[in-house]
Design a protein around this ligand. Structure first.
Ligand code: PEP
Ligand code: MN
Length: 359
């Protein structure tokens, strides 16, 4: 259900953050129907961070979505956070359910939804948890699948963090990439609205997702975004949404072109050779670190020498910059290498002390 509609078009979910009034819902749906989306979204029960904000109209809004389907033919999806909301959604013929980021974090809530879904095979989308915990995301997917739901997809909406950033929710692309590696057949959709939290970056994030071969996009659309009752800053009009889609490039996984295949094979072979060289070098580096560890142990010297580590890192930043490697990458790579080096030195010291103890 959630896979690309054609090689040139992603699976498209769009609609307002919240179902505010019947007129507002119908206006957005009428604006989106000609654009050719696959699923109309609207929040009926809204999980708000602080009390006092608009918390959704609740079940009152469900007939409005039924009307959307009757009058525009668009299938509909809403967020559900507990068993009662599941029953209400099913009663009103909602086509797809989604589990929000604040619910995915809670295994009790996800299990309650899974139990309420036993015996009903409605497609379910599961947003990533608010915190960057891949196991929690996968756990929620498993709970829903274990309930017998066959059409499950994941929505990447970014992760909250204390650090200030230009994103509302930092994407941490490595997380969905790892999800893909672990669950290759799971459809993956990017909620560019909740990642960005603004209108200007929506297209860029959508394109990044398509470049990573995501199956679809979920975007918040409102006829008068500035007046929206929730998430006003990130919503766009149906016209802007259509323009955004026009500007996107949908990539293919591969092409049936012998020359392309041959060239790619050649380049990949080079990469494999370099990777092997890197591993050989890392192995050599670790063996030297072990020797240093034994030496330190004999001289009763602490393993971590902060000054030396600072020196290594500074040097690596400088050398890295002249090779077009970002400081962020150099820091991550060297930190991982340094941690492994320390772990191996710890092991050497532990083994030597153990030997001394038994001698
Ligand atoms: C939403 O889609 O409007 C929403 C509340 O999203 P999230 O669960 O990603 O915060
Ligand atoms: Mn929203």
């Amino acid at each position: 259900m959630f896979t690309k509609a054609s090689p040139t078009r992603p699976f498209l979910i769009a609609g307002p953050c919240s179902a505010e009034t019947e007129d507002q819902v119908m206006a957005v749906a009428r604006g989106l129907a000609p654009v050719g989306i696959d699923l109309f979204r609207a929040g009926v029960w809204k999980p708000r961070t602080r009390p006092g904000a608009f918390e959704g109209n609740g079940a009152v809004a469900l007939p409005w979505l039924r009307r959307v389907k009757q009058e525009t033919g668009l299938k509909t999806t809403i967020e559900v956070a507990n068993a009662n909301q599941v029953y209400e959604a099913l009663k009103f013929g909602i086509d797809v359910l989604w589990i929000g980021a604040r619910t995915t974090v809670n295994p009790f809530s996800v299990q309650e939804i899974a139990d309420a879904l036993k015996g009903v095979d409605i497609p379910v989308l599961i947003k990533n948890p608010v915190n960057p915990d891949l196991e929690l995301w996968i756990g929620a997917i498993e709970r829903i699948r274990n309930a017998g739901i066959t059409q499950v997809g994941a929505i990447h909406r970014g992760f909250s963090s204390y650090a200030k950033s230009s994103f509302r929710n930092a994407p941490y692309w490595e997380m969905p990439i790892e999800l893909r590696r672990r669950m290759p057949d799971l459809p993956l959709i990017c909620d560019n609205s909740h990642i960005c939290g603004n209108r200007v970056d929506l297209a860029e994030i959508a394109q990044q997702a398509l470049d990573l071969n995501y199956d679809g996009l979920m975007t918040e659309v409102h006829c008068t975004p500035d007046e929206a009752w929730s998430d006003a800053k990130q919503q766009i009009t149906p016209e802007r949404y259509a323009e955004l889609l026009q500007g996107l490039h949908v990539r293919q996984t591969t092409v049936d072109d012998a020359e392309y295949q041959e060239h790619l094979k050649h380049l990949r072979h080079k990469i494999d050779e370099i990777d092997l060289e890197l591993l050989n070098l890392l192995g050599r580096r670790m063996r030297i670190a072990q020797t240093i560890g034994r030496y330190k142990q004999r001289n009763n010297i602490a393993i971590l020498q902060s000054e030396r580590w600072n020196e290594i890192l500074e040097h690596a930043f400088n050398e890295g910059r002249s090779r077009n490697l970002s400081d962020t990458f150099v820091e991550k790579f060297f930190t991982a290498m340094h941690q492994e080096s320390i772990a191996q030195q710890h092991e050497v010291v532990r083994a030597a002390e153990e030997l001394k103890g038994t001698a």
